[in-house]
Ligand binder design. Structure first.
Ligand code: NCD
Ligand code: ZN
Ligand code: ZN
Length: 346
């Protein structure tokens, strides 16, 4: 008998759609499957003001394939000069779902991010007042801190002090990659949740480095040791409402990945649900997949869960995805989980 699983249509709480030809090339892979996604603002130049977000939202809607129903949830890129009033207007109008903190230099297009958290305090205080969540790329940028320790050090030196200073601020720790991050979220009383990517549930750092250097497994935060991956799996499949899916699908054209200084980012929009069903089945937690992809995220962001349903089917034959997608900007390699996939979106 064919195994099927029906769940509420999922959402993606951390997504890079880019702009122009890349946006046009990738958006369908998300909007085919996901009802909503939180859209990252790290364009060049970044989405800093409500007016920028409004214009970007229009470009996204214009790029949406015919017949797809999809709602982009817009974010603002926090700078040291962000105006609290503009942020408040953005939330009030319903356009802005969250503000994004990139420590300056931490990741792709983050040079305009925050260097001195004190300078961002007026905006953060206003966000705490009006209940607008802060999404964080949780890594320090101090060159003296080892890249594998940057998340843990961020929690200790930036996130925990910030949460003590502003306990009413809702913070989403995005793309959690360590057991330290999972334990910190679990230990927090309130106002803290975490998104977990598809790929961090599947790869550890060996994927990047064993048998040759594999740029298509390189992303930030970089994949960690196996015991961290196991902690992420346990959290994602636990049903704990503080953990939900944020794919962090981050397309870069192949020439920018396959070079001496390759970009960070993994493209998973096209096969995320197949990969996740595989992972949750392995963990004996298929009954908790819906919480992770479709219930916990909306509850955290104060939005209704989607009413539409999606059915996943376990095929007898392997389900195949293209090795690359072609976009007007160039080819983008698709995440290869390194095991055969059988679950398919019906
Ligand atoms: N995750 C990544 O490796 N890259 C993201 C940026 C980010 O989310 O840190 C990107 O924009 O390419
Ligand atoms: Zn990030
Ligand atoms: Zn990201």
């Amino acid at each position: 008998m064919t195994q099927t699983l029906t769940l509420r249509r999922p959402d993606d709480w951390h997504l890079h759609l880019r702009d122009g030809a890349m946006l046009e090339g990738v958006i369908g892979d998300t909007s085919r499957t996901f009802a909503r996604a939180i859209i990252m603002p790290n364009l060049v130049p970044p989405v800093v003001t409500t007016a920028d977000a409004e214009a970007y939202r229009s470009r996204i809607m214009a790029a949406l394939p015919e017949g797809h129903r999809f709602q982009p949830l817009m974010t603002l890129y926090l700078t040291e000069h962000t105006a609290p009033d503009d942020v408040a207007r953005g939330k009030e109008s319903g356009l802005i779902t969250a503000v994004k903190l990139y420590p300056a230099g931490a990741t792709t297009n983050s040079h305009g991010g925050v260097r001195d958290m004190n300078k961002a305090m007026p905006v953060l205080e206003r966000m705490a007042e009006i209940g607008l969540p802060l999404c964080v790329h949780g890594e320090v940028t101090d060159p003296a801190v080892d890249i594998f320790d940057r998340e843990a050090v961020f929690i200790e030196t930036v996130l925990d002090p910030l949460r003590k200073r502003l306990p009413e601020l809702k913070v989403t720790m995005e793309h959690v990659t360590t057991k330290d991050g999972i334990d910190y979220i679990r230990s927090a009383g309130k106002n803290l949740a975490g998104s977990i990517t598809t790929h961090h549930l599947i790869i550890n750092r060996n994927a990047i480095l064993v048998g040759g250097i594999k740029p298509h497994y390189y992303c930030l935060p970089v994949a960690k040791r196996e015991h961290h991956r196991l902690a992420l799996r346990a959290a994602a499949t636990s049903g704990d409402a503080r953990f939900f899916l944020g794919t962090d699908s981050a397309p870069h054209v192949d020439p920018l990945k396959e070079c001496a200084c390759g970009c960070a980012g993994i493209y998973t929009s096209i096969n995320t649900m197949s990969c996740l069903a595989h992972v949750f089945e392995e963990e004996g937690a298929l009954d908790r997949l819906e919480a992770f992809t479709s219930l916990n995220g909306p509850a955290w962001y104060g939005l209704p869960a989607n009413e539409e349903r999606m059915t996943l089917v376990k095929r007898a034959e392997q389900v195949s995805f293209p090795a690359k997608i072609e976009t007007g900007a160039g080819p983008v390699t698709v995440f290869d989980p390194m095991f055969p996939l059988y679950w398919d979106v019906a």
